[in-house]
Design a protein around this ligand. Structure first.
Ligand SMILES: NC(=O)c1ccc[n+]([C@@H]2O[C@H](COP(=O)([O-])OP(=O)(O)OC[C@H]3O[C@@H](n4cnc5c(N)ncnc54)[C@H](OP(=O)(O)O)[C@@H]3O)[C@@H](O)[C@H]2O)c1
Length: 424
């Protein structure tokens, strides 16, 4: 089987290395010999560890048009021109494996349709949580399990930062700098810390879990760049651990998918996932809970998922039912303002009699019921920390707007969501 490798950076080089090292095992297991027949890059002069320089080209046209290529592995990233390259490969009936979450979360459904109509396959295990085989588990093992919720720590950079802030009392900036030093965060960390990376992965996971086309643009997201050390400390006092969670659930006859910093009860399985690890908790009546944990990034880890997709393609004959894993089940996406959770709100207030009662009235008028209140400090430094029962985003937005109008409330309220069963 002759492979065109599009991209030869961190993941591409690890893939080439793995193929060279595992060639014997792969041939024994699959009966086929996998050969890299061409490697597409931008800069042909840069050294590519372990790759024969004579295979390296910047001529995409020739590589894509080569009739001797049997399969395309895409590890170059980005949307343009990548999406066009993959379209052409699929139209030519060539199976494609990609690690590209940006592309799959935006154009996955069209590409899968194209693959099906051309009688070939598109696989994208590495696009969500790298080495953790979550897509394969959802798409194959749990295809008929009627998944009701997918809750995940799907970004290792942010989990590392939050772990360090909580463990060592570092500020967000200090923890980010440490993550960059150790290679857990990119020089430009915006995609990770702003939540977009997690939103792309959740769009992919929700699409597979709920047999519905969920795109990146359908997923409201909030990152950890606004998280303050103070709230980590307060939430610990309240018995919670702060995590950047992706939450996808069946709710109100539709689907809700979102990403935001979330307070997770200390005893919850996801609370114990520390450092750069990823974890995905899958829930369904038939299998109850299955949690997958492991490395969510890294060259070798990602290449391992790419290679496993290539081997699956060798193992599944054309026309496999797995082509249709994204078939639309007709579910709707519920609006972001209808999603629900309990809320944590921290307010700086003027320490005056009656302020708490006024705040409580604002919550009651918005239809939110308060579960607990802590008052900290006095005078100008007085703070109220309120935790509510389950309410909707729309209700919380109304309460926040009303609090911003109160003379007794100083600055912007800090708002966090809590992880809770049964909320939409
Ligand atoms: N790294 C990870 O831990 C990880 C984890 C999960 C998923 N992924 C995904 O895997 C993919 C690759 O990531 P990576 O970390 O390996 O990226 P990378 O190190 O930046 O490598 C990208 C490769 O693609 C080539 N390339 C980019 N644009 C190109 C274009 N227009 N034409 C031709 N070649 C082009 C680059 O060529 P030059 O070298 O000549 O610039 C480079 O060889 C991305 O989709 C990423 O999201 C990565």
């Amino acid at each position: 089987m002759r492979i065109a490798l599009l991209g030869c950076g961190t993941v591409g080089q690890a893939f080439a290395r793995m193929l060279a090292e595992q060639g014997g095992t792969i041939t024994r297991a699959s009966g086929r010999r996998l050969v890299i027949a061409g490697v597409l890059v931008r800069d042909v002069h840069r050294p590519r560890g372990g790759v024969d320089p004579s295979l390296v080209t910047d001529d995409a046209e020739s590589l894509l048009a080569d009739p001797d290529i049997d399969l395309v592995v895409e590890v170059m990233g980005g949307i343009d021109p990548t999406s066009e390259y993959l379209r052409r490969a699929l139209e030519a009936g060539k199976p494609v494996v990609t690690a590209n979450k940006q592309l799959v979360s935006r154009h996955g459904a069209e590409l899968l349709e194209l693959a099906a109509s051309s009688g070939t396959e598109l696989r994208f295990e590495a696009s969500a949580c790298a080495a953790i085989p979550v897509i394969k588990v959802l798409r194959e093992s749990l295809l008929a399990a009627e998944i009701s919720a997918v809750t995940g720590i799907v970004n290792g950079t942010t989990n590392y930062i939050l772990t360090e802030m909580s463990r060592s009392g570092l500020s967000y900036r200090e923890a980010l700098a440490q993550a960059q030093e150790l290679g857990y965060a990119e020089a430009d960390p915006t995609e990770d810390v702003g939540g977009a990376d997690a939103a792309a992965k959740m769009a992919i996971l929700a699409s597979i879990a709920f047999h519905t086309n969920v795109r990146f643009d359908d997923v409201p997201f909030e990152g950890i760049d606004g998280v303050q050390a103070e709230d980590l400390e307060l939430s610990r006092d309240l018995g919670f651990v702060l995590k950047l969670l992706g939450i996808a659930r069946l709710a109100h006859g539709g689907i809700s998918v979102r990403v935001h910093p979330t307070l997770v009860p200390e005893g919850h399985r996801l609370a114990s996932v520390m450092g750069p690890d990823n974890a995905v908790l899958l829930e369904s009546d038939s299998v109850r809970e299955i949690m997958l944990v492991g490395p969510g990034a890294g060259g070798t880890e990602t290449a391992s998922a790419v290679l496993s997709d290539v081997l699956s393609i060798l193992g599944t004959a054309k026309g496999s039912f797995l082509h249709n894993a994204l078939v639309d089940a007709g579910r709707s996406l519920i609006g972001p303002d209808q999603t629900e959770s309990p809320f944590y709100v921290r307010l700086n207030v003027v320490d005056r009699p009656g302020v708490l009662a006024q705040v409580a009235t604002v919550f009651a008028e918005a239809g939110l019921s308060i579960k607990s209140v802590i008052q900290r400090g006095a005078g100008d430094g007085a703070q109220l920390v309120l935790v509510t029962h389950v309410g909707s985003e729309a209700q919380m937005a109304a309460a926040i707007a009303a609090m911003r109008e109160m003379d007794e409330v100083r600055g912007d309220p800090v708002l966090l969501r809590l992880l809770a069963d049964g909320a939409a």
